[in-house]
Design a binder for this molecule. Structure first.
Ligand code: ASP
Ligand code: MG
Length: 409
């Protein structure tokens, strides 16, 4: 019997009525011949409310009790979904994470999945159960305490189940109809992608296309789980949504498939640092210890034994970064220059591996708009630039046009 994983996010289970609508989609997949594992989120807004209650009760909370509280939203939707399916005469039951058990490490609030033994669910499926409804986002630690996987973690739960149960696919039902070439709020020309490679999705996800928890994409890539992102509010057909899949399942790729951005970046430059072994370590060691998320790093060529070191980080970490550098005293420098009015814009595409010219095209498009580039970094499938924040939207639009992303490949 083929297994299918279907995950419903918070807006898709926000009310009993919406749960009913989701259950109808599950029923159709059962009718298609699948044994279905349904992973549910808490009702929209519920987890935020629970986190609020924890903070109100105990600002320096015990993380184990935080998990006991915030995991509870998923218990409600799992039970309600099972009841709804039973009302439709589909053999279904709910499972909390610990009952499966979904085993995690003991990192409360951000636990990592260690193992999902399949015996319990397999036995029920063999006995005629058609749908196992599993509470997302939660598991059990080696000490037997309830854990949660971090915000947005039910995506990761879904992918982990798809891997463990060798599912044909993992469908992620959400409130958007798929993954877009860029943010449709920035350009109306943004187009829904039919397919996107895991690696492209990772680049887009970490850059702010908040459709999937990044960890879930990493996991899907590692285990080759086909992911489909689709809306639970739109009519369903076989081609709905976006398939996130391995590169070799995409026949012809455009050179660039997406334009990502990150609005609130800062650029910091240490002027006149010595050019000798150990300098980078002396700068970035203390930054790492202070928990600063350094992103781009550029070192100038040196003149007279001195060089400049530039890096970017989120704008709300500037004070922490400054403090870390000043407190460490491990490097001498002339001046620390901070520009907290920059944004990062990136073009992403696996086609860059085999086609030259993406960078030239990108820079020409920015030139045509009179946008100055402050920092450039590249990887195999991505080119990123730092520019003045006020030009961010313009840059995204110009790049979307330059790479003709409105046209299907
Ligand atoms: N309910 C959890 C959250 O809001 C987990 C999830 O929905 O993915 O973060
Ligand atoms: Mg989510």
């Amino acid at each position: 019997m083929s297994r299918l994983v279907m995950k419903f996010g918070g807006t898709s289970v926000a009310t009993p009525d919406r749960i009913k609508r989701a259950a109808k989609r599950v029923a159709r997949e059962v009718a298609n011949g699948h044994d279905v594992i349904v992973i549910v989120s808490a009702m929209a807004g519920k987890t935020n409310e629970l986190v609020g209650w924890v903070n109100e009760t105990s600002p320096m909370y015990d993380a184990r009790e935080y998990d006991a509280v915030v995991s509870s939203g998923e218990n409600v939707t799992a039970g309600l979904m099972a009841l709804t399916l039973q009302e439709m005469e589909i053999p279904a039951r709910s499972w909390q994470g610990w009952q499966v058990p979904l085993k995690t490490n003991g990192a409360h609030g951000a636990a990592r999945i260690e193992k999902i033994p399949t015996a319990n669910l397999d036995e029920k499926f063999a006995a005629g159960m058609k749908v196992a409804v599993v509470a997302g986002f939660q598991g059990i630690s080696p000490e037997g305490r309830i854990t949660t996987l971090g915000r947005g973690g039910s995506d990761t739960t879904a992918v982990a189940f798809a891997a463990a149960f060798d599912a044909v696919r993992c469908d992620i039902y959400t409130d958007v109809d798929g993954v877009y070439t860029t943010d449709p709020r920035i350009t109306a020309k943004a187009r829904k992608l039919d397919r996107i490679a895991f690696e492209e999705m990772l680049e887009l996800a970490s850059l702010g296309a908040k459709v999937l928890q990044t960890r879930s994409v990493e996991l899907a890539m590692r285990f080759g789980v086909k992911l489909r992102v689709l809306s639970s509010f739109e009519e369903y057909d076989e081609t709905a949504g976006t398939l996130v899949c391995a590169e070799d399942e995409i026949m012809e790729s455009n050179v660039v498939n997406g334009v990502a951005y990150s609005r609130d970046e800062a650029k910091m430059t240490l002027l006149g640092v010595e050019d000798r072994p150990g300098i980078a370590a002396a700068i970035f060691g203390p930054l790492a210890e202070a928990g600063v998320n350094v992103d781009m790093i550029v070192q100038n060529i040196s003149e007279g034994g001195k060089t400049d070191m530039t890096f970017s980080c989120p704008v709300d970490q500037v004070a922490r970064a400054k403090q870390a550098i000043e407190a460490s005293g491990a490097v001498e420098y002339g001046e620390l220059v901070v520009d907290d009015n920059v944004a990062k814009v990136s073009v992403v595409g696996i086609g860059m591996r085999s086609h030259a010219g993406a960078a030239a095209r990108m820079f020409a498009a920015l030139k045509d708009e009179g946008i100055n580039i402050r920092v450039i970094t590249t990887s195999e499938i991505k080119i990123s630039v730092l520019i003045d924040r006020k030009y961010m939207e313009l840059a995204v639009q110009a790049l979307h046009d330059a790479f003709e992303l409105e046209k299907a490949r």
